[in-house]
Design a protein around this ligand. Structure first.
Ligand code: SF4
Length: 336
């Protein structure tokens, strides 16, 4: 997008403005950056682990998991060679368990299809299983120092506010527009610093509900600033509570409980699995036989996502030898 085009639609604006924004943000970052473990490495595997964990999980919670995970699986080769069940067990407490499986799939693809050499550009990284546009951009930038643009929630919010105006009660710019501006504002040869700064600024300063507009280094450049307080006041609160209420009883809630129950299996059960009808009460309170088809569907979904496996050996008490998965005799365990 040219400067003229940007000016026409009121977005990023002229080169001086872009330079001003970049200097102000990088100055703020130099004074306020947190010393996070993934900021001291350029190892693409470690960057990937951090980025996958940081999806949906707060920084403070991620740090101990990140360290424990890398202690157990210090390289992509170590992760690729591990039983999937072990990876899922180590993920306990982080939630969104598919991330653990996707992480291992990406590591296995690098080891098995790329001889252990990570692609360094966005297109190559996106071709790895489970890696979307944000993560591919983050690895290209944070491991290989490419000057690329990508947007997570924090970055998207800052770009929207500075270049388009308030994002509340709802965004006015499309993802395509935001990405186009984000690509234009990456200072040449400073992509690593710039993108780290953008993430940090969105996390600590220009937060969703309490942006510090009064003492903001970007205030002079920010299109949202004059209207931000009013936009926040006009946006209803309580969204988080509602989300939590919706979560209890949601499909994701029951999936999480099922994986938790499979993680807890010990001894022979971890190997041969647990019958569906015994798994049911661990997943849903008030579980009855009538819930078996529903539970089987849930387990099939988990199996497709690599988070569960239906044991193939027929149990001895499976009297007629007919495979009737909804009968509740099928045994389920974590994948090997
Ligand atoms: S002035 Fe307010 S809305 Fe704009 S970047 Fe700063 S904190 Fe964010």
């Amino acid at each position: 997008m040219s400067d003229n085009e940007l000016a026409d639609r009121g977005a990023a604006g002229d080169a001086d403005r872009l330079t001003g924004v970049a200097r102000a943000l990088l100055g703020w970052f130099a004074a306020n950056r947190r010393d996070l473990p993934w900021r001291s490495t350029r190892d693409p595997y470690r960057i990937l682990v951090s980025e996958i964990m940081l999806q949906q999980t707060q920084v403070d919670r991620v740090i101990p998991y990140y360290q424990a995970f890398l202690e157990r699986f210090p390289t992509a080769a170590a992760l690729a060679a591990a039983p999937t069940a072990e990876v899922i067990r180590l993920w306990a407490g982080l939630g969104y368990n598919r991330r653990a499986v996707n992480l291992q799939r990406a590591a296995r693809a690098v080891v098995e299809e790329h001889a252990g050499v990570w692609p360094s550009d966005v297109a190559g990284l996106r071709a790895l299983p489970g890696i979307g546009p944000y993560t591919a951009g983050a690895i290209a930038c944070f491991a290989f120092e490419r000057d690329v643009a990508f947007l997570d929630t924090n970055m998207r919010r800052v770009i929207h506010r500075v270049f388009f105006g308030p994002d509340l009660p709802s965004p006015t710019a499309s993802e395509r527009e935001l990405l186009a501006v984000a690509a234009d504002v990456v200072p040449p040869d400073e992509g690593w610093l710039w993108n780290q700064a953008l993430i940090e600024f969105g996390a600590l300063h220009c937060t969703a509900r309490k942006p510090a507009c009064v003492v903001c280094p970007l205030g002079a450049y920010c299109r949202a600033r004059p209207a931000m307080a009013g936009a926040i006041a006009a946006t209803p609160k309580g969204v988080r509570k509602k989300r939590e209420e919706i979560f209890a009883g949601s499909n994701r809630y029951y999936r999480g409980r099922a994986v938790d129950a499979l993680r807890e299996l010990g001894g022979a059960s971890a190997e041969i699995g647990i019958p569906l009808r015994e798994l049911g009460p661990l997943v849903k309170s008030g579980f009855t036989e009538a819930d078996l088809p529903w539970l089987r569907g849930l387990v099939d979904d988990l199996t497709r996502d690599g988070l569960a496996a239906v044991a193939e050996d027929a149990p001895p008490y499976h009297a007629d030898g007919v495979d009737r998965p909804e009968s509740g005799f099928a045994r389920v365990r974590l994948p090997r």
